[in-house]
Design a protein around this ligand. Structure first.
Ligand code: FES
Ligand SMILES: [Fe+2]
Length: 477
């Protein structure tokens, strides 16, 4: 594929992506490349720091750590969240080391200096013993970190010059707003330590191409991945993007039996629910159950479209009938904005299949290790009191307790990381049509590593966040 990579990127970034459908293997293990990411990427991007349910009441705080940075995220008012660098202004002790409630503010455990929730210093033990210059109130205040909220989460950015959060989220936020994802709440939260570079872990979720082989149980009902068995069924793209079989138009016979199709479909819904431990809620399967005896057209394409519209309508109505807010799922389809698997640069995913969703966040722990967090998110009635979610203890990637689908993904990743090292494997060969997101976000990383200013990168930041299964695109820099 033609290379149009800027000369200054080629000159300054080691292992830069120069052939756009080839990703150099060393990007996934070279310690110098990792260091460059730590220096030039992470300090400049919006990072999902916590779910707002973690800090439901005024004074509640949590700690977001990434690499050597530690940040306190605190609710200072019903609708205000602030973030501070997590260090004491005296001799640098981390003020807090896990979530909690700042009832009277923060007290340093070393010599007892204090701050209120707004970050103002309120007490220095034996203040007279310090020079005036060291007791300047502004200097003693906790250091603010840029913080904003969107989609039920607080986000931080260490870069004062970065564009605002919503602008940076681009199409991703606009599409997800249609679903009303800010109404989602945590059902459960798990974490895995993967012996894998953080980018490699993310890329396992950037294409649906692997589904037929890695998760064959998720193929659409009646579909096959075997060559020569049936024709591809033509569906409007939003139906593909809005379904869990992203990328692949179902390969199915031209005509189907209504009863058998619906039975299969509901079986698949159960399979997805069990396999993800969520993503598709039990209550949503119950809605489909009520449509079990519907008569669908014999033509497969018409049947699939009819079924999806009915299901969308029934789910939207069911949620709203319970007083639960949700976007109009058929209107989202009609607008061409349905998207069930979505990436948010640099390290967050949101997967709303219908009303419920799964979500991922991936953080580096070293050149060849990462922390992969998963949330199951659901919609609950407004008056339902939910437990406050707290950070999970990470499990091993091969812990037998993982639900089936993450287990399948996690089983490939350590093998891939090892494979990258062997026999001079130079670069990954990616599909320019289906695996293009992998190239797009990697080349955006190169823009950061080359030190490009934010105004040069902002269009690409907006472009890269959004649906997976993309073609290789020109990022405009
Ligand atoms: S280090 Fe915090 S009060 Fe001394
Ligand atoms: Fe997968």
């Amino acid at each position: 594929m033609t290379s149009k990579t800027n000369a200054d990127i080629v000159d300054t970034v080691p292992h830069a992506v120069t052939e756009w459908d080839r990703i150099p293997a060393k990007r996934y293990y070279d310690p110098d490349f990792y260091e460059l990411e730590n220096k030039n990427l992470w300090p400049r991007v919006w990072q999902m720091a916590c779910r707002l349910e973690e800090i439901p009441e005024v004074g509640d705080y949590t700690v977001y750590r990434n690499l050597d940075q530690s940040i306190i995220v605190i609710r200072t008012g019903a609708d205000t969240i602030k973030a501070y660098h997590n260090h004491c202004r005296h001799r640098g002790v981390e003020l807090v080391n896990k979530n909690g409630k700042a009832t009277g503010g923060f007290i340093c455990p070393f010599h007892g200096w204090r701050w209120d929730r707004e970050g103002n210093n309120t007490f220095v033990f034996q203040e007279d013993a310090y020079s005036e210059a060291n007791m300047c109130k502004d200097d003693l205040a906790l250091r603010d970190v840029r913080c904003d909220t969107w989609g039920g989460c607080a986000w931080i950015n260490l870069d004062k010059d970065a564009p605002p959060l919503y602008e940076s989220l681009g199409r991703f936020a606009k599409q997800m707003d249609l679903y009303k994802v800010d109404e989602l709440q945590v059902e459960w939260w798990y974490a895995a330590r993967l012996p894998t570079n953080w980018k490699l872990a993310m890329e396992a979720f950037m294409e649906g191409y692997h589904v037929a082989t890695t998760h064959p149980q998720l193929l659409p009902p009646g579909a096959t991945s075997r060559p020569g068995e049936a024709a591809w069924v033509k569906l409007p793209p939003e139906m593909i993007m809005g379904s869990w079989w992203t990328t692949m138009p179902p390969k199915m016979p031209e005509e189907i039996d209504s009863g058998m199709f619906i039975d299969n479909y509901i079986d698949k819904m159960n399979e997805l629910h069990e396999g993800m431990g969520g993503m598709l809620a039990k209550e949503e399967i119950a809605v489909a159950e009520r449509l079990r005896n519907t008569e669908l057209p014999r033509n497969t394409q018409d049947a699939l479209i009819t079924w999806r519209r009915m299901l969308n309508q029934a789910m939207t109505d069911d949620y709203r009938g319970k007083g639960i807010e949700i976007g109009d799922l058929n209107a989202i389809d009609a607008a061409g904005e349905a998207s069930s698997v979505n990436f948010c640069f640099p390290h967050y995913f949101l997967l709303p299949v219908h009303g419920a969703a799964s979500s991922y966040r991936i953080r580096p722990l070293g050149p060849e290790e990462c922390l992969f967090e998963l949330w199951s998110l659901k919609r609950y009635p407004k008056d339902e009191k939910r437990p406050v979610p707290t950070a999970p203890t990470p499990k091993a990637h091969d812990d037998p307790q993982w639900p089936e689908i993450p287990k399948q993904d996690y089983s490939n990743l350590p093998r891939q990381q090892r494979g990258l090292h062997t026999g001079d494997f130079e670069f990954m060969r990616i599909s320019k049509d289906m695996e293009g997101l992998i190239s797009n976000y990697q080349r955006l990383i190169d823009g950061y590593l080359a030190g490009y200013p934010s105004d040069k990168l902002v269009d690409a930041v907006q472009e890269v966040s959004g649906p997976i299964d993309r073609a290789v695109e020109d990022l405009g820099f």
